[in-house]
Write a protein of this length. Structure first.
Lengths: 191, 191
DNA sequence: CCTGGCTGGCTAATTGTGCTAGCTTTGACC
DNA sequence: GGTCAAAGCTAGCACAATTAGCCAGCCAGG
């Protein structure tokens, strides 16, 4: 009997792809095994448990998203960088809703969990966007959280079909980014 | 054998409370039955399925949240109304994370699903907040989506322990609201 | 009263899913 | 060619959702 030739990385990748297709909550070990042409218990040779699989998908997602943001903002600043980062984030969540959901739900399991540096790099990319606005250092953390909340909220609502009619969603997104950009430029006035 | 005296409404309420305590994904029929002092299959006399239960919890959550927003914004306008609505929303999600998650995940099952009016009332409350800013009508939908995305994103990230250190979260929230308020007041400049 | 039917509980059993145990085969390396 | 870890498999357990079908309590009408 020929071997399937799997490894932890390829199982994780396949799991992430499947989660994007069917939704994270519909991702089962059986379905993934079927997709890989293997029986369910065989997956446990590569992955400790379903929780472990989800964790690996989460790390993959955070890493990919961090990379996407870094690439998108390379060589840009202020409004340009903000727009590029926002679009990259929205695009990633739209194309990879399952992965992204996994990334969101994951908690680090210990102090040397690779999820932590992956998350750090993601935050660093967003921080880099804000750097161009030369905020008061005491406001950076607030701006970072605001930016993250906004992008996260919009993207998750969108993929959950949270916006009633699908009209003008692109326009709404651009409008929201413009509002944030405007706000970041007038930041001293915010107390 | 004495009866437990349940009804669909009380089962839903208990399910919502339990979801808030243990997390929506940990809510099982067995756990809920145990909480109600009843065996699992008995729940099916009051609720069609687990999916039905979640749907009922979702409707409850949307209704409650809509009420909370309406109450919070009564008699207020502009900055005042915005702040009150934002706080009410954040508070609700913090106190009822399970319900809120159920409300988010739910999709209407048909054209006369009570979830639809419940959602409408929620959106109407947020719309009312924006009315005070006298936006250009073409921008109302964008502002509404922005507001919803922002509040949703912040609150969900917060309950998911998405903010690394818990310091200054209140401050970040206030800062974000101030930025939105400022943006809504200078809305003509956003093209 | 008391009695019949509806209601809301129960037990038993089915299915699907995560997971473990333990066996077998492949294939890489000596 | 022998050996041994890796990677597959079958069998089977545990637990969650659900269904079927039984029985007790309660309430209205005689």
């Amino acid at each position: 009997m020929p071997r399937a030739g799997l490894a932890a990385a390829s199982v994780t990748e396949a799991g992430a792809k499947l989660a994007d297709e069917v939704g994270l909550d519909q991702l089962s070990m059986g379905l993934l095994a079927q997709r890989l042409g293997v029986k369910t218990p065989s997956l446990y040779k590569h992955v400790e448990s379903q929780a472990d699989l989800l964790h690996r998908i989460a790390i993959l997602a955070m890493t990919e998203l961090g990379d996407a943001l870094r690439d998108a903002t390379q060589g840009r600043a202020r409004t340009d960088a903000l727009t590029a980062a926002a679009r990259a984030m929205r695009r990633f969540v739209k194309e990879h809703p399952g992965r992204y959901a996994a990334g969101n739900g994951a908690r680090p399991t210990g102090p040397d969990d690779p999820l932590i540096p992956a998350g750090d790099r993601l935050l660093a990319s967003l921080s880099a966007v804000l750097r161009g606005y030369q905020l008061d250092p005491s406001q950076e953390i607030h701006a970072l959280r605001m930016l993250r909340s906004t992008l996260h909220g919009f993207a998750t609502l969108e993929v959950a079909h949270g916006f009633r009619i699908d009209t003008d969603v692109d326009e709404s997104f651009a409008w929201m980014i413009a509002l944030i950009d405007h706000g970041l430029q007038s930041t001293p006035q915010l107390t």
